[in-house]
Design a protein around this ligand. Structure first.
Ligand SMILES: [Zn+2]
Length: 244
């Protein structure tokens, strides 16, 4: 059903994308490789173990399964993962621009900030290496020159995070077209972050948005999280978390 929704909304083309669900500690249910996510039937799904070996199913396992297994390993709270190539968010990923400015209050509450991972060749350990440092702190990641991965406590919630990322990317694009951005800041931003603790619960590990001073586009070094005033993103998050 969520594969069909990704396809119908144009978040994937041809055989792009993949979805998975954690069945138990040893088994992951996942979409197979080289099949359109718009026309999958339950019998097409595959079940793999923690190393990605096929346990059940008549199709081949996707080469992107390693990314899913990494997320399940690093985040015991995650039960469902959606990977897709929605055009606007993937456009940001191809332009080297993270979606890390607090432009929309609901996105701050729901998702925090969406970082940009360096490029890694799909289906190789390189891709996992670029995602690994970001997975513990974020619930959705832009993958440079590739797409988006979103994950949550259910597959439904992971799918909704994917929708939020693409919708937010469209809004961010409109602000680019208008030539002006007016990010939330100061007390308004901190109030949202406190509201976020209430709505999402303390179990949510999704990262806080960057403080406005930090939210400059990081085309050259997306992992450089230190701003001009010397306050790091981690320090900012720590300050805000201490208030919650
Ligand atoms: Zn992909």
């Amino acid at each position: 059903m969520f594969g069909k929704m990704l396809y119908d909304r144009g978040y994937v083309a041809a055989t792009d994308g993949n979805l998975s669900v954690r069945l138990d500690n040893e088994r992951i249910l996942a979409t197979p490789t080289s099949m359109s996510k718009g026309f999958l039937r339950p019998a097409d799904m595959v079940i793999v173990d923690g190393e990605g070996h096929l346990l059940a199913g008549r199709h081949k396992v996707s080469s992107e399964i390693a990314m899913h297994l990494l997320i399940y390993r690093l985040r015991p709270d995650i039960q469902g993962i959606v990977h897709a190539h929605p055009p606007t968010a993937t456009g940001f990923a191809a332009a080297g621009i993270a979606l890390n400015k607090p432009l929309v209050c609901e996105v701050v509450i729901g998702l925090g900030s969406i970082p940009l991972a360096r490029y890694g060749t799909p289906g190789t350990p390189e891709l996992s290496e670029t995602l690994e440092p970001l997975i513990p702190d974020y619930d959705a990641i832009l993958m440079s020159n590739h797409g988006v991965v979103a994950y949550a406590d259910t597959l439904h919630h992971a799918y909704m995070k994917m929708e939020t990322v693409e919708h937010f990317a469209q809004i961010a694009l409109v602000t680019h077209l208008l030539g002006r951005q007016q990010p939330l800041e100061g007390e308004n931003l901190e109030k949202l972050i406190m509201a976020r603790g209430k709505y999402q619960g303390s179990h949510s590990l999704a990262s806080m948005p960057l403080a406005c001073g930090l939210a400059t586009e990081r085309r050259n070094n997306p992992h450089d999280l230190e701003d001009n005033d010397g306050e790091t993103t981690a320090a900012f998050r720590g300050r805000v978390r201490a208030k919650n």
